[in-house]
Write a protein that binds this ligand. Structure first.
Ligand SMILES: [Zn+2]
Length: 249
């Protein structure tokens, strides 16, 4: 039978683990509240601890309600979902494995001592993504007049992509979380910038020819960013504007 703690009208599912040394709380995608607890912790201690976290819990729940079905900052716990090419894969935290973070095509496994976890995810997206994006650019640039001199994937802050004067096209590693059709939009947008630097009528005409349904994709991208479906600290509000702004040079 599962153990629960009730507090202020909230029900917390209690999951005890022998490996656990500290108390932890998660609010998962379905707004389910879970307390991760060492085996020996008493119900009194647990209740007192949760009580101190209630402000945080309410804030999380309010955020969930306002952005549902969005994803907030990851907690890097088992069961959490991470997106790659628009598909969500579960994370499993494991005690032993050769690499800090591994992906077998069905799930991510993160070694327990691999902290901070975000840096491992970032590195994974960077390494996996650079090859994937390069191939994708190669394919999509058949529809455009110019190929980039060089493709780079890295941290671009609040930009999805950028295009420099010397023909280097850069992509934010975070785009790898998006569905392929939206990554294609980001790629195509930057490829068009190789010919049309600014967002003038010629830019949109060229984009129209290369990708007739670009507006649809652009809207979906803006909505996804707004719903916090992309993790990694993108300032979503700014990002939406920047997608349709002059790229940095
Ligand atoms: Zn642009």
């Amino acid at each position: 039978m599962s153990e629960t703690v009730q507090l202020n009208g909230l029900v917390f599912d209690v999951r005890r683990s022998a490996r656990r040394k500290t108390l932890g709380l998660t609010v998962d995608r379905g707004a389910e509240l879970v307390a991760h607890v060492p085996v020996a912790t008493s119900v009194e201690d647990l209740t007192r601890w949760i009580n101190n976290k209630l402000v945080w819990v309410y804030r999380k729940l309010a955020l969930k309600a306002s952005v549902a079905p969005g994803l907030t900052t990851p907690e890097y716990v088992s069961g959490e979902g991470f997106c790659y090419l628009g598909r969500r894969f579960r994370l499993k935290v494991v005690s032993k494995q050769p690499l800090p973070l591994q992906f077998d095509g069905t799930q991510f496994t993160l070694r327990r001592d691999a902290r901070p976890a975000e840096s491992h995810f970032r590195r994974w997206y960077l390494e996996t993504g650079t090859e994937w994006i390069s191939q994708r650019v190669e394919r999509l640039s058949r529809h455009t007049a110019r190929k980039p001199e060089k493709i780079e994937v890295g941290d671009l802050g609040f930009l999805w992509g950028s295009c420099s004067k010397n023909g280097i096209v850069r992509f934010n590693w975070r785009v790898l979380q998006l569905p392929v059709r939206l990554i294609d939009y980001v790629i195509m947008h930057e490829l068009i910038h190789l010919m049309e630097k600014h967002h003038g009528p010629k830019f949109w005409q060229a984009l129209d020819r290369a990708m007739p349904d670009w507006l649809n994709r652009k809207d979906d991208l803006a909505n996804m960013a707004k719903d916090h479906l992309v993790f990694g600290g993108i300032d979503n509000t700014r990002n939406i504007t920047v997608v349709a702004a002059t790229p940095s040079s």
